[in-house]
Design a protein around this ligand. Structure first.
Ligand SMILES: [Zn+2]
Length: 127
């Protein structure tokens, strides 16, 4: 299998160079941001690029911190996200394993995926 068939466009080094980590009140509260690549734990397929603010476990991925792919970054604009329907689950694009479940993080009223422990791996791409 060639590398290009499994590596999505959004993981292209040129694309990665252009990604800028955002700093706002959430980074102020939580700590220095890092760029993470989240992959499926079963088939290792890349699922998303995510900006995590501060250290610690990845319990939630906030929609406003998902940087790629476009199919996920546009979710924030969909008003039915919070209705917890199955279409809004975060799934591996290849093996369809469920990786996250839609939720609203109430203290900040922020839409997010509740990440399912063991369903994904994380790798630091940029600090
Ligand atoms: Zn998978």
């Amino acid at each position: 299998m060639s590398k290009s068939s499994t590596t999505p466009n959004w993981l292209d080094p040129k694309n990665l160079q252009n990604i800028k980590l955002c700093k706002n009140r959430y980074t102020k509260e939580r700590g220095h941001p890092v760029l993470l690549l989240i992959s499926c734990s079963v088939c290792k397929t890349p699922v998303m690029l995510y900006q995590k603010d501060g250290k610690g476990k990845l319990l939630r991925t906030y929609l406003d911190r998902i940087l790629a792919p476009n199919s996920l970054t546009t979710l924030l604009k969909q008003c039915n996200f919070a209705q917890k329907n199955k279409q809004m689950q975060l799934k591996c694009p290849k093996c369809n394993q469920t990786i996250g479940l839609p939720m609203i993080y109430q203290p900040e009223n922020r839409p997010a995926f509740r990440m399912i422990y063991g369903s994904f791996s994380r790798k630091i791409i940029k600090k």
